[in-house]
Ligand binder design. Structure first.
Ligand SMILES: NC(=O)c1ccc[n+]([C@@H]2O[C@H](COP(=O)([O-])OP(=O)(O)OC[C@H]3O[C@@H](n4cnc5c(N)ncnc54)[C@H](O)[C@@H]3O)[C@@H](O)[C@H]2O)c1
Length: 422
């Protein structure tokens, strides 16, 4: 199969860089997104998301005529689906975006096409997608019923790039290729080899699905260990950072650092796909999720305790007189991404627990997210430091690291991200 035209469905953090990289290799790429605004911006050679250097690659691809965006799919040799896969109520995976995307491409599918699901998916989702395609196109054959003889090849190739380094990692990372059959894998491998310099490793679709979920669950469980340790140490009056430094001197121990919880749309979401499929077996993975999801609440309780201790020392003051400075809102250090951020959850919960001013320092954003509108003040380190009696460090941004704890004007400082001890 010779790939001349590629269609990428979903032009977000994953789909747009993928489309742009194929276009940079001089394939004709049609990017499809239901968001008309995103489509318009891309067709002007601009981008609607934050990712270093992506603007240049998209601009070149659009002006040279290799990349075009549209709201409706058009015929192509290969389709890559990169739409969201959040969870819905009770942490059940929401496959409605994949279903909608597959229904939209079904109309333009032709014999010999390759369809790749890139979205992070629960085990069995690729087969489900294949069934949706087959229902919509009874005139074509698919691998779940016709194996190697199928008209359409289908594979799951999960994406594992790190935001901020997407263009480099897309090319350099190894790629898991999970075909529904061997020929499906081989077709997908040929497509990715157009730009992937890492190794393309072939497996089944189910193993590829589980592989991505496993990677994120591994991280989640290890972070949960550190977070649980921090709560135990607090109760036992032990400095958890010192403890981890000591324990990590063991040649085979490597404990991660605790934080205010786990955020982002991957590690905080994907382990639930394993739990929802195998609830009786996935005990450790579920507990890790619960430990990490419970951490913001623990942090809020620590803050409440600090406020009442400060009031005890200053009996003439009331809660309204106490200003609290919260340093960092993003879900990890040195980025502007606030999705599922535990820091946002903590600050929002603090509003219900505290009557005084809450000053927020987040140098990576210019406006507060809608969850924090009203009753919060986005300010600078200098202002927060001179106005707030109590401070909490929620994210270890490099921009905060240069500040010494001693030079800040606060009476009480809580450090839940280890910024002053790492
Ligand atoms: N962002 C990451 O760092 C990352 C890393 C690895 C894997 N993933 C996975 O990749 C997938 C996509 O993530 P993302 O971060 O790019 O999401 P995103 O929200 O940035 O982008 C998804 C895009 O899909 C569009 N869309 C939704 N339904 C559509 C449809 N039916 N047809 C066409 N377009 C549609 C949306 O408008 C949006 O622009 C998810 O499964 C995610 O878990 C993301």
């Amino acid at each position: 199969m010779n790939f001349k035209t590629v269609s990428v469905i979903g032009l977000g953090y994953i789909g747009l860089p993928t489309a742009a990289v194929f276009a940079s290799r001089k394939l004709n790429v049609v990017g499809v997104d239901v968001n008309q605004k995103a489509v318009d911006i891309i067709n002007q050679g601009k981008i609607h998301i934050v990712e270093p250097d992506l603007d240049m690659v998209v601009h070149a691809a659009v002006t040279q005529g290799y990349l075009r965006a549209a709201t409706k799919p058009e015929p192509a040799d290969a389709f890559l689906i990169a739409v969201p896969t959040p969870f819905k109520e009770h942490h059940q995976p929401d496959l409605s975006y994949i279903e909608a995307a597959s229904q939209s491409i079904a109309a333009v599918l032709k014999k010999g096409n390759l369809v790749i699901l890139e979205s992070t998916s629960p085990v069995g989702a690729t087969e489900k997608m294949t069934r949706w395609l087959a229902e919509a196109r009874p005139d074509l054959t698919f691998p779940h019923t016709h194996g190697e003889e199928s008209d359409i090849r289908v594979a799951h190739c999960p994406e594992r790039v790190l935001p901020g380094h997407v263009l480099r990692e897309l090319v350099q990372n190894d790629r898991i290729i999970g075909g529904m059959t061997q020929k499906c894998s081989e077709a997908a491998e040929r497509l990715y080899k157009i730009f992937v310099e890492g190794e393309c490793v072939i497996t089944s679709a189910r193993t590829a699905e589980m592989c991505k979920l496993t990677e994120n669950s591994f991280r989640d469980v290890n972070i949960a260990f550190a977070n649980e340790l921090s709560i135990i140490c607090d109760k036992q009056e032990i400095d958890v950072q010192e403890l981890i430094n000591l324990a990590n001197r063991h040649p085979r121990v490597n404990i991660l650092r605790p934080g205010p919880g786990v955020g982002g749309h991957c590690i905080a979401v994907d382990p639930w796909f394993i739990v929802s499929a195998t609830p009786d077996e996935a005990r450790l993975i579920r507990t890790a999720r619960e430990v990490n999801d419970g951490k913001p609440n623990w942090v809020v309780e620590k803050l409440k305790k600090a406020i009442s201790e400060y009031l005890k020392l200053n009996p003439k003051l009331s809660s309204e007189d106490i200003n609290i400075a919260c340093y960092g809102l993003s879900f990890k250090a040195d980025i502007d991404d606030l999705r599922e951020s535990p820091a946002v959850e903590i600050v929002a919960a603090l509003r219900h627990a505290h009557a005084g001013r809450i000053l927020i320092v987040e140098p990576h954003i210019e406006v507060l997210p809608s969850a924090l509108e009203g009753n919060f003040e986005l300010t600078t380190v200098e202002q927060a430091s001179s106005q707030a009696q109590i401070a909490i460090f929620l994210v270890a941004h490099k921009k905060f690291k240069s500040k010494s704890q001693k030079n800040l004007g606060h009476h009480i400082i809580l450090d839940v991200c280890g910024i002053f001890s790492a």
